[in-house]
Every structure is written in structure tokens, then in C-alpha cells.
Design a protein around this ligand. Structure first.
Ligand code: FES
Ligand SMILES: [Fe+2]
Length: 364
């Protein structure tokens, strides 16, 4: 019996190699990256093309022309259809070939299946794991109707890690203290069981797709020389005039929403999505913002501290993501209990995706 089989027999979630992707919404590219010209992109280890139809709506579909395999990313959008550069076959937003110059009968095989797509929060999101989304892309009011209440920035962090590693970061609370130097004592960490508790992040997510946690604790003093990111956390709380820290995280299998509070007052929000390019090529992308205060200088200072803390924390995480050995059994301890639950939840959505054979594009 291998170690992995032993883990599985003990009911622990597998710790797999490679893409191991959950059925979910993922960030294909930012809205600004997709203009009138088609773009080649790789997602889920598949070659795809993204383009905008006549109404400006994004379409993401397999990249190579069903005729002789030319890259449709070299084509052009003509009258709202994507025209292949090689023999000018045209494809509409449903992926069907609608015109072949010099030919009246269009072969039934001249079609591609586009991925379900939505454009929100300045990104084009695609659904992976079946022809129909199992849930809607969650709402995040801080980037829509409440946008004016925040001063934020976007981030895009490529890694050679996996989607699950990036998503687990917020669930693995013990690393906040060890790696990032947050000196929380006492600290309480718990899984949420009622979506009402995560209402500040946004409206409820489909129940099956939802996972939420909360970190609650008191921040102690920390010296700059020990860990600069821990010190920045301390500075942020000083400006929030308090030491009681709370972090609310909830999300879906491919993304998360965060709210941070000091002394019960909200100070920041984050939306994190994932771009899974292929095996061990995964980016975390999204937006982070501080809640504006009634004084410009204070908002600006807050923003700088929050930016430095966020970027500093990511700079500490990325070398870990890029070098961790996945695909081997883990030895869990008591503080990993919620993490193990998260891994089970994540794996159930990997299985949801695996049950579907209709992945777009050609295997690499
Ligand atoms: S290869 Fe695309 S039209 Fe011929
Ligand atoms: Fe981290």
C-alpha cells in the first residue's frame, strides 16, 4: 500500500499532482486585455482564443480552426464573427461556422464549443467543468455598487503553484503567524456554517459551492526587524486605533472574497480569482482596497500601508507556492482541521469537473 492509499483509507483528501482543478469560474484575462483583436490564451492546459462579438461580448473557445488548424488568434472579427486568416471561414459567438467563401454547404463538424463566459469586475471569467455552470459567479459589491467607498489596486501574481495552494492561503491561518509574522494572541479560527455571517463580503453564494472561515484575534506588538509584514499589520491596526483584528473569508471553489476589520470597523476588502494556465502555472489575480475615511491623507496613508502589507505578504507566499512539493501525503495536526475540510470540499468540486468529459480544446 502506498502512502497516498493509506491517506485515502483514513478519509483524508488526496494531495494530487498537477492541475487538479475544481469546477468553477476562473479569470481568463482582464477586460482591458481583450479589445477588437482576438487573443490567444492558454487555460487549463488548453490552447484557446478569446474575442469579442458584434455586441462586444467576450467569447472564449478552442484556438485552432476546424478546417486546417490555423490559429484563429491570427484572425479578425468581421461583422461580429471571427474570421480565420487562412481560408476565411467565419465563426459566430456560438462557435458555429456561418460562412465558407466559395462553398454553400457548411460541414457539421465546422464548429467549436465556447466556454460559458461572464464579464465582471474588469475581468472575463470562464466556467470550467461542464457545458453549463453549476452556480453563478458570486457577487462582490465592493467592486460594483460600493466601489466609490474604496481606494484599491489590482494585482496579478503568476506562480508555478497550483490553484488549490493559492486558495488555501487564507484558510491556512497558522501561516499568517509563522510566515507573515502576525502576532495574534489569543487567536480564534473557525469555519463558518451560516452564510449570514459572511454577509459583509456580499450576497450569498450557492450553498454547495460556498466555503467560509473567520480569523479573530488580538494583535500584539511586533518589531520591524523580526518580520516587516508582521510589523505592517501592526501599523495598519495602529491607524485603525485598535488591536482587535478580524478577517472574514468566503468564496467558491475558484475564488474568494475577504473583509478585514479592526475593532469591529471594516478597513479593507479583497477579491481573489485564479487564472489556471496549465500544470504548475497558476496566477492569482484580483483587487484589494481600503475603505475610504473622511480624511484624504488618512485614506492615502492607509492605502500605502495596506498596499505594502499585501504585496509584502504575497512576496513571502510566492517562493513557497513556487517550490512546494505537491502530490505527496501531508502530515496534519490539530490546527489543520479546517484546512482538511477545505481540501475535501475542494476535491468534491474537482470530481464534479472530472465527471464531465467535454473539456474544450485539444489536449496538449
Ligand atoms: S484553416 Fe481556417 S479556414 Fe482554413
Ligand atoms: Fe500567505
Amino acid at each position: 500500500m502506498t502512502e497516498t492509499e493509506d491517506h485515502t483509507r483514513r478519509g483524508l483528501p488526496p494531495n494530487p499532482d498537477g492541475l487538479n482543478l475544481a469546477a468553477s469560474w476562473y479569470i481568463a484575462l482582464s477586460s482591458g486585455e481583450l479589445r477588437s483583436r482576438p487573443r490567444a490564451l492558454d487555460l487549463f492546459g488548453r490552447p484557446l482564443v478569446a474575442w469579442r462579438d458584434g455586441g462586444g461580448r467576450p467569447v472564449v473557445m478552442p484556438r485552432y480552426c476546424p478546417h486546417m488548424g490555423a490559429s484563429l488568434a491570427l484572425g479578425r472579427v468581421v461583422d461580429g464573427d471571427l474570421r480565420c486568416p487562412f481560408h476565411h471561414w467565419s465563426f459566430d459567438a456560438s462557435g458555429s461556422c456561418v460562412a465558407i467563401p466559395g462553398v454553400s454547404r457548411i460541414p457539421t463538424t465546422a464548429r467549436h464549443a465556447p466556454l460559458p463566459t461572464v464579464e465582471r469586475y474588469g475581468y472575463v471569467w470562464v466556467w470550467y467543468g461542464g457545458p453549463e455552470p453549476a452556480f453563478d459567479l458570486p457577487d462582490f459589491p465592493a467592486m460594483e455598487e460600493d466601489r466609490g467607498a474604496y481606494a484599491g489596486f489590482r494585482f496579478d501574481d503568476p506562480t508555478t503553484g497550483t490553484a488549490r495552494q493559492l486558495l488555501e492561503n487564507g484558510i491556512d491561518y497558522f501561516h499568517f503567524m509563522a510566515l507573515h509574522g502576525m502576532s495574534l494572541d489569543p487567536v480564534n479560527f473557525r469555519q463558518l456554517h451560516d452564510q449570514k455571517e459572511a454577509a459583509d463580503n456580499g450576497p450569498p453564494i450557492d450553498d454547495e459551492a460556498w466555503f467560509g472561515v473567520e480569523v479573530d484575534g488580538t494583535l500584539k506588538n511586533w518589531q520591524l526587524r523580526d518580520n516587516p509584514v508582521g510589523w505592517l499589520h501592526r501599523m495598519v491596526t495602529t491607524f485603525g486605533s485598535g488591536t482587535h483584528f478580524r478577517l472574514l473569508i468566503d468564496g467558491w471553489p475558484g475564488g474568494q472574497r475577504f473583509t478585514t476589520y479592526i475593532e469591529g470597523e471594516e478597513i479593507s476588502k479583497v477579491l481573489m480569482g485564479i487564472t489556471p494556465t496549465g500544470d504548475y502555472l497558476t496566477a492569482q489575480r484580483g483587487w484589494a482596497g481600503v475603505r475610504r475615511t473622511n480624511k484624504h491623507w488618512k485614506t492615502f496613508l492607509y492605502f500605502l500601508l495596506f498596499y505594502a502589507q499585501n504585496r509584502g505578504g504575497t512576496a513571502q507566499d510566492i517562493p513557497i507556492y513556487n517550490t512546494t512539493a505537491t502530490g505527496r501525503p501531508a502530515s496534519y495536526v490539530r490546527y489543520d482541521n479546517v484546512l482538511v475540510k477545505y481540501r475535501r470540499y475542494y476535491q468534491s468540486w474537482v470530481e464534479h469537473a472530472a465527471a464531465d468529459q467535454s473539456l474544450p480544446g485539444e489536449a496538449p
